[in-house]
Design a protein around this ligand. Structure first.
Ligand code: SF4
Ligand code: SF4
Length: 110
């Protein structure tokens, strides 16, 4: 099975600088059509082709704006109370006992 990676943009933490878009070696990031709550046009993932290289994460000046999730298919599933659906979840950077929804990025447990 092919490994599927995903880059998650935390929309309201993005300042729309475009550095990640320019830096992505496989050109899978672009600007969104709309604006975020701060009035910036955030980056977004076009939906496929991310290699999980992490270049966008290391390029972004905003520490909370980008999360790169490698091997999405290999992640555990849990119920996300925000999406009200069973979704893939990824562990937190600082506390792996806390997991987050790959769809809405919000915590699924306490
Ligand atoms: S992890 Fe690499 S391939 Fe994926 S969006 Fe970021 S820069 Fe592009
Ligand atoms: S580098 Fe960070 S702040 Fe700039 S557009 Fe990309 S996600 Fe947004």
């Amino acid at each position: 099975m092919a490994i599927i990676n995903r880059v998650l943009i935390h929309v309201d933490d993005c300042k729309g600088c475009g550095l990640c878009i320019d830096a992505c070696p496989v050109n899978v990031l672009d600007f969104s059509d709309g604006l975020n709550s701060m009035g910036y046009r955030p980056a977004h993932y076009i939906g496929e082709g991310c290699t999980g290289c992490g270049t966008c994460f290391y390029t972004c000046p905003e520490p909370r704006a980008i999360t790169v999730v490698r091997n999405v298919e290999g992640l555990a599933k849990d119920h996300c109370p925000h999406c009200n659906a069973t979704v893939k979840v990824f562990p937190g950077n600082r506390d792996e006992s806390k997991t987050f929804c790959v769809e809405c990025l919000k915590p699924v447990n306490k």
